[in-house]
Write a protein that binds this ligand. Structure first.
Ligand SMILES: NC(=O)c1ccc[n+]([C@@H]2O[C@H](COP(=O)([O-])OP(=O)(O)OC[C@H]3O[C@@H](n4cnc5c(N)ncnc54)[C@H](O)[C@@H]3O)[C@@H](O)[C@H]2O)c1
Length: 268
């Protein structure tokens, strides 16, 4: 095999691998799950949205891909144990976990109850903690693996959705800590931090137009673009990368605020 063919396989081939994607019933998780299945992995789509997840898994199977749906509430440790056991019983291994499930609550601190705060932290941060805690030891036993945590570019600044923002900052810290803990066991852990992707999480929000207006590339991202990054981090081509954040936001985090100043003062 020449160098390019090796690179193509290392970047895109997951044949013989098994993967779990949480929040895969719709939105970015659905696209990520399909991307991994098309790369050759046996993929378990997990979500609290049972009908949506089952329908997507059935559609992928209809195309000859390996896809199964399993109900999973990421906040439930026992549910995680059942899911990981089911995957390893079927394939004898677990290679990839995408902690994608997430919720948002745009209330400001002054309007948010402690229960509302805890709910967001529980799904977005504790859910990923439980996933790593359950999956990483199994990955370590079966030759190593890759965990991708879907954080957000809001994990680089303050924001108008404080619980969500705190959970996504927390996910970056969890990513680095888990990467240190499991590095020698051969389990890599990285974070993907998307900017605006239009999904059911934000469709119809008044924030969309101003966000796009502030984005240097002047558009929202596509779920496929995020899924390509997830595939890269899942596959062997990223084999020496762990504990990193990957921002994918059309330049927003890189300097949207200064770009706006430059535009308002006629420099750009
Ligand atoms: N859309 C964006 O602009 C954007 C930007 C940055 C990061 N993200 C992150 O991307 C991820 C995917 O979001 P999306 O945009 O596809 O939104 P989405 O609402 O379409 O998808 C989220 C999925 O998570 C599932 N989910 C929620 N709670 C769950 C639980 N307790 N257990 C299992 N599954 C659960 C939902 O059922 C849904 O299928 C989230 O973590 C989100 O925070 C989204």
């Amino acid at each position: 095999m020449n160098g390019f063919d090796k690179a193509r396989a290392a970047l895109t081939d997951l044949t013989g691998r098994s993967a779990i994607v949480t929040g895969a019933g719709r939105g970015q998780g659905a696209v990520e799950a399909e991307m991994l299945a098309r790369a050759g992995a046996a993929v378990w789509l997990c979500d609290v949205l049972v009908a949506e997840g089952e329908a997507l898994a059935a559609r992928l199977r209809g195309e000859g891909l390996q896809a199964e749906f399993l109900a999973l509430d990421v906040t439930d440790a026992a549910n995680w144990a059942t899911v990981v056991a089911a995957v390893t019983a079927a394939t004898g291994r677990l290679d990839v976990l995408v902690n994608n499930a997430g919720i948002i609550n745009r209330k400001l601190i002054r309007d948010m109850s402690p229960a509302e705060w805890s709910k967001v932290i529980e799904v977005n941060l504790t859910g990923a903690f439980l996933g790593i805690k359950t999956a990483a030891p199994v990955m370590a036993e079966t030759g190593g693996g890759s965990i991708v945590n879907i954080s957000s570019n809001s994990a680089f600044s303050g924001h108008y959705d404080p619980a969500y923002t705190a959970s996504k900052w927390g996910l970056r810290g969890l990513t680095r800590s888990a990467a240190m803990e499991y590095a020698e066991a051969g389990v890599r852990v990285n974070a993907v931090c998307p900017g605006l992707i239009v999904t059911d999480l934000n469709r119809g929000s008044p924030h969309l137009a101003p966000m796009i207006g502030m984005t240097p590339m002047a558009r929202s991202g596509e779920a496929e673009e995020v899924a390509q990054l997830v595939l890269f981090l899942a596959a062997e081509g990223s084999g020496f990368i762990t504990g990193e954040d990957f921002v994918i936001d059309g330049g927003f985090t890189a300097g949207a605020a200064y770009r706006r100043v430059a535009r308002e003062t006629g420099l750009l």
